[in-house]
Design a protein. Structure first.
Length: 463
C-alpha cells in the first residue's frame, strides 16, 4: 500500500485534535502503523457511550488487541442503561483490563450494575481511578463504594433516581448512619480531596467518624436534608478550605424556624465543646457559599475568609446576619438579595453590617452586592450609612438585568463620589450589569472619577 500523502505525525495529530471518533477511525483504517499508533492517541481522549450498541462497538474495538488497547483508556463516560447480561459480563471483564482508567462517570450505575451479578465486583477491582462521578445512586453504588480501593481524589455521588425519587425514601432512617459520607467513604480517607454530595441525607443524630481525611479540601452538599449535624464533618475533614451547602429549604419560615434554630444551637454547642468530647472548629476555611438559611443551620464558629450568601427573604435574617458576620469575620462578603414592596433586602444587609461586631467590621475589605431593586436611592443611601467605618477597599454592585430602568436612573457616579469622600480606605466602586451567561457591562469608579467602562470577560460574581 502506498504511503499517505501526509506524514504519520500529521495524521496522528489530526486524530488527536478531531472531535469525531469516526474521523480518527477512518484515518486509522488506511494502514497498519496508523491502526496501532492511532488507537493509542484515540484512547487518550474521553470516551462517551450512551447506548448499548455503542458500548458493544467499543468493546469490540478494544478486544481486537486485548493486551494493549484496554490499558490505554483514560476517561470513560457511560450513560447506558439496561444491558443484556452477556454484554454486561464482557464489559466487566474488559473493565478490569483498563489499568490506566483515571476518570469514570456513570449516569445510571444502578441499572447497569443490575445487568449482571458479577459486574459490581469486577468494577470494584479497578485501582487506577482518581475521579469518580455516580448519578442515580442506590444500593449498587453503596456496594461499589464499599468494594472500591482506588486512590480517589474527587468523588461526586447523587442519590436521586431518574424518576426523581429519592433513595432515602425507601431506606429506614435507622440505617442512614452506615451511609454517612464520613463512614461510607473510608476506603478513600488517605487520598480524597474533593467531595460532592447530591441528595445525600445524613440523619439527625451525631455519628462519630472512624477515619480522618487529611487531604480533603472541598466539600459541596446539595439538596440535603434540612437537619444537618456538622460535627462529624469537622472531625473527619479537619483541613477543609471550601464548603458549599444547599438544603431543599431556602427560607426561614415561621413553621420551620424553631427546628432550624435548634439545629443551629446544636452545631454551635458541638464546636465549642472540648476536644475530648468531639468539639472543635475548622481552622482553614477560605470560602463558604450557599443560602443564608444553610449557613445559619451550620452555625459556623470559625473565621471564613470569603463568605458568599443568598438572602433567605425573611425579616428574621436581620439579627442573624449580624451574628453570622460577627462569628466568621470575613474579609470578602458577597450577598444576593432584592428590595421590593414586600421585602427590603438592602435594609437587611445594611442592618447586619451596622450591627456586626467591631472585629467583623474591621476585617471586611471587599463587599459585593447582587441585587434587584425597585427604588435604589433610599436603599443605597442606607447602605452607604451602614458601611461607614468599615475599611472597605472595594465595593461592587452586580445587577442581572443591564437594562433595568430604575438602576439606569440612579446616579452611581455621584454615589461613588460621596463614598470616596467619607471612606479613606475605599479604592474602587464597581457596577456590573449582565446575566451570568453573558459578558457583563462593567463601570468602575476610583477617586479620580470614572476609571473604566465597557464589556468584561471577568465572571459576574468574581473580583
Amino acid at each position: 500500500m502506498a504511503s499517505p500523502c501526509l506524514n504519520y505525525d500529521v495524521l496522528l495529530d489530526i486524530i488527536a485534535r478531531s472531535d469525531s471518533h469516526q474521523t480518527g477511525l477512518a484515518i486509522m483504517s488506511t494502514c497498519r502503523l496508523l491502526r496501532q499508533e492511532g488507537a493509542k492517541v484515540l484512547l487518550r481522549k474521553p470516551i462517551w457511550l450512551d447506548t448499548e450498541e455503542r458500548l458493544v462497538s467499543f468493546l469490540s474495538f478494544l478486544l481486537k488487541e486485548p493486551k494493549t488497547r484496554p490499558q490505554r483508556v483514560r476517561k470513560l463516560v457511560l450513560s447506558t442503561y439496561d444491558l443484556l447480561s452477556e454484554v454486561a459480563e464482557v464489559f466487566g471483564v474488559v473493565f478490569q483490563l483498563m489499568i490506566s482508567l483515571d476518570t469514570l462517570d456513570m449516569s445510571d450505575p444502578e441499572t447497569m450494575i443490575d445487568s449482571h451479578p458479577d459486574l459490581v465486583f469486577r468494577m470494584g477491582l479497578v485501582k487506577s481511578l482518581t475521579s469518580l462521578k455516580l448519578s442515580s445512586a442506590g444500593l449498587g453504588v453503596y456496594q461499589l463504594l464499599m468494594l472500591l480501593r482506588a486512590p480517589l481524589k474527587t468523588l461526586s455521588v447523587c442519590w436521586l433516581t431518574p424518576g426523581y425519587d429519592c433513595f432515602w425514601e425507601y431506606l429506614d432512617e435507622e440505617k442512614w448512619p452506615r451511609f454517612h459520607p464520613t463512614i461510607l467513604l473510608g476506603n478513600f480517607a488517605e487520598t480524597l480531596e474533593e467531595l460532592t454530595c447530591d441528595w445525600w441525607y445524613v440523619g439527625r443524630e451525631y455519628e462519630a467518624p472512624r477515619k480522618t481525611y487529611t487531604k480533603m479540601r472541598r466539600l459541596a452538599i446539595n439538596e440535603c436534608s434540612d437537619s444537618f449535624i456538622l460535627a462529624p464533618f469537622i472531625q473527619a475533614f479537619p483541613n477543609l478550605t471550601h464548603v458549599s451547602l444547599r438544603t431543599y429549604r431556602h427560607e426561614l419560615g415561621e413553621s420551620v424556624f424553631d427546628d432550624f434554630r435548634d439545629n443551629h444551637e446544636l452545631n454551635v454547642a458541638h464546636q465549642h465543646a472540648p476536644p475530648s468530647a468531639g468539639g472543635g472548629v475548622w481552622q482553614h476555611i477560605q470560602e463558604f457559599s450557599g443560602h443564608f438559611v444553610e449557613f445559619y443551620i451550620l452555625g459556623l464558629a470559625c473565621h471564613v475568609r470569603r463568605l458568599i450568601l443568598e438572602d433567605s427573604y425573611t425579616g428574621d435574617t436581620v439579627a442573624l446576619l449580624a451574628e453570622t458576620l460577627s462569628q466568621t469575620c470575613p474579609e470578602y462578603f458577597e450577598f444576593s438579595t432584592c428590595s421590593n414592596d414586600g421585602y427590603d433586602g438592602i435594609e437587611i444587609l445594611s442592618a447586619g453590617l451596622r450591627e456586626a461586631s467591631a472585629a467583623a467590621r474591621s476585617r471586611l475589605n471587599m463587599l459585593v452586592v447582587n441585587f434587584r431593586l425597585k427604588c435604589p436611592k433610599p436603599a443605597m443611601e442606607n447602605l452607604a450609612s451602614a458601611i461607614r467605618g468599615i475599611p472597605l477597599q472595594l465595593l461592587k454592585f452586580v445587577r442581572g438585568d443591564r437594562h433595568d430602568v430604575t438602576v439606569e436612573e440612579f446616579d452611581f457616579a455621584a454615589f461613588a463620589e460621596t463614598l470616596f469622600c467619607g471612606m479613606s480606605s475605599l479604592e474602587e466602586v464597581v457596577v456590573s450589569r449582565g446575566r451570568a451567561w453573558e459578558p457583563p457591562d462593567v463601570t468602575s469608579f476610583d477617586r479620580n472619577g470614572l476609571s473604566g467602562s465597557g464589556m468584561s470577560t471577568r465572571p459576574i460574581s468574581g473580583v
